[in-house]
Design a protein around this ligand. Structure first.
Ligand SMILES: CC(C)(COP(=O)(O)OP(=O)(O)OC[C@H]1O[C@@H](n2cnc3c(N)ncnc32)[C@H](O)[C@@H]1OP(=O)(O)O)[C@@H](O)C(=O)NCCC(=O)NCCS
Length: 131
């Protein structure tokens, strides 16, 4: 099950790997922010936090709890999100994050630009997926 988290159902995050304080802060500071969570058998598997900014969406954070990685859960959540927003999507990822880059490319994202040394000695890569 994938659901959107807001002020009314934020208690869903209790006892999960996602910090309620972090989500609360982002939702109150970012008027464009949306949190989607993937939940299975009462366990929160992962989340995707994005900003829905007029004609495009930007992925801010995307994480699957480490014990559930490489089982296709990230793909499920990413596909759901892409279908839901149905618009151009941008994101930024660290150059050595091979799993994430693989997943993004598999879902139609392409590398658009480099942010040199954005992460200390590692570059950030700006990726985009056209609708
Ligand atoms: C990125 C992330 C969300 C992916 O979630 P996931 O549930 O593991 O994703 P999936 O299992 O659906 O897909 C992972 C893919 O990466 C591939 N992969 C795994 N290790 C890899 C590596 N070293 N190099 C390239 N591809 C790799 C897997 O084979 C799989 O691809 P496939 O479906 O074609 O076989 C997860 O790794 C994560 O939470 N990472 C930490 C947070 C993060 O970096 N988020 C992205 C920020 S931009």
């Amino acid at each position: 099950m994938i659901l959107e988290i807001n002020k009314d159902n934020i208690k869903e995050l209790a006892n999960s790997f996602i910090s309620t304080e972090y989500v609360e802060k982002e939702l109150s500071n970012n008027p464009f922010g949306v949190f989607l969570i993937l939940k299975e058998n009462e366990e929160i598997i992962g989340y995707l936090y994005y900003s829905d900014i007029y004609e495009r969406a930007e992925i801010n954070q995307f994480e699957i709890n480490y014990i559930h990685r490489n089982c296709g859960k990230g793909s499920i959540l990413l596909s759901y999100f892409l279908k839901k927003v149905d618009k151009d999507v941008t994101l930024e990822v660290r150059e050595d994050n091979k799993e994430a880059i693989h997943l993004y490319e598999k879902n139609g994202f392409i590398k658009r630009a480099i942010r040199s040394n954005y992460y200390g000695h590692k570059d950030g890569i700006l990726m985009e997926r056209k609708k």
